[in-house]
Design a protein around this ligand. Structure first.
Ligand code: RIB
Ligand code: CA
Length: 305
């Protein structure tokens, strides 16, 4: 058996975060060392509860969960969420019986990294607040991070005068993203175009429901997902990001330079890619939709309620 990839998952569960957790937890190639929660799609309390709920449904009580930052590094900006007020589209569930670590995400991440004999891949599916905070408080931990794979921004360069579409994770904490982009750690960006192209269409959603009881639950949760970029299906941003770690050959990528540009009229900042500057990231430009959906349905079949 090939060596497993040790990862830390940083989530703001969130409907597509839920799909990402399922893909990672069910993949024999991935060894989830820790899941940390971050503000974003809803309040940190809801996000933590949603994350514990998904892991409990997966019966992955072996995976430690630590609660992270409840608000952005510097500025709290109002934002809407596509995931419903509670983050899982209004899906009602019993309080998970699964306990949280006592340590904060910062303490738990620092502990795992400093004690690990091998470098760990950090998968960020939320605003970059936790990872930025870690690099600020424990810069020495950068040496223990193999790569940051982060769902953020767009792979489209901004034309002069054009204000780029706000991608949620970047726009909620652009200062944190800027700090992460300045780090020397290998960074791979899974851009928003991936989730907008490999979205689950209504046929896929129906097939999800008919696959098994787990799929029935997911279909219920999907009903509350309102990503206004994808009106005829379910955007799969975070699922695509975990899929990149599982099988990078599913993607085409380019080297580019991403930096945060602050747009006052947007009241926020966005990750802006420039292919003419010295690269600081690898960014996805295309996803093999068929391969992604094959992975998604193969994984779903393994989920037993
Ligand atoms: O823009 C998409 C990102 O914002 C995804 O991570 C989604 O979960 C939301 O957090
Ligand atoms: Ca997310």
């Amino acid at each position: 058996m090939r060596k497993k990839i040790p990862v830390i998952l940083d989530v703001d569960t969130g409907i597509d975060d839920g799909v990402a957790i399922i893909l990672a937890a069910k993949c024999p190639k991935i060894d989830i060392k820790l899941v940390v929660t971050c503000h974003g799609n809803t309040t940190i309390k809801n996000i933590t509860k949603n994350t514990l709920f998904i892991l409990e449904k997966l019966k992955r009580f072996d995976i430690p969960v630590a609660e992270g930052m409840a608000s952005p590094l510097l500025i709290k900006r109002p934002h809407v969420s596509a995931h419903g007020a509670d983050g899982l589209g209004g899906y009602q569930y019993e309080n998970p019986g699964f306990d949280l670590l006592k340590e904060s995400a910062l303490e738990a991440t620092h502990k795992i990294l400093s004690e690990s004999q091998e470098k760990i891949t950090y998968i960020c599916l939320a605003p970059s607040t936790n990872i930025a905070n870690l690099l600020k408080e424990h810069p020495e931990d950068a040496d223990k991070i193999q790569e940051i794979v982060i769902m953020v921004g767009s792979n489209e360069p901004v034309k002069d005068g054009e204000t780029p579409y706000k991608e949620f994770n970047a726009s909620v904490d652009p200062e944190a993203l800027s700090l992460v982009l300045d780090s020397k750690i290998k960074k791979t960006i899974v851009s928003m175009e991936m989730g907008h192209t490999a979205y689950l269409n209504w046929k896929d959603v129906y097939k999800t429901e008919k696959t098994n009881a787990f799929g029935e639950m997911l279909e219920n949760i999907f009903r509350g997902y309102k990503d206004y970029h994808v009106r005829n299906g379910i955007a799969t941003h975070d699922g695509c990001t975990v899929a990149y770690v599982i099988d990078p050959t599913m993607f085409e990528t380019r080297e580019g330079h991403m930096q945060v540009r602050f747009f006052e009229k947007l009241g926020s900042g966005v990750g802006v890619i420039d292919y003419d500057k010295t690269p600081n990231v690898t960014i996805t430009t295309k996803i093999n939709i068929k391969k992604f959906k094959k992975l998604y349905f193969k994984t779903l079949k393994k989920c037993k309620i």
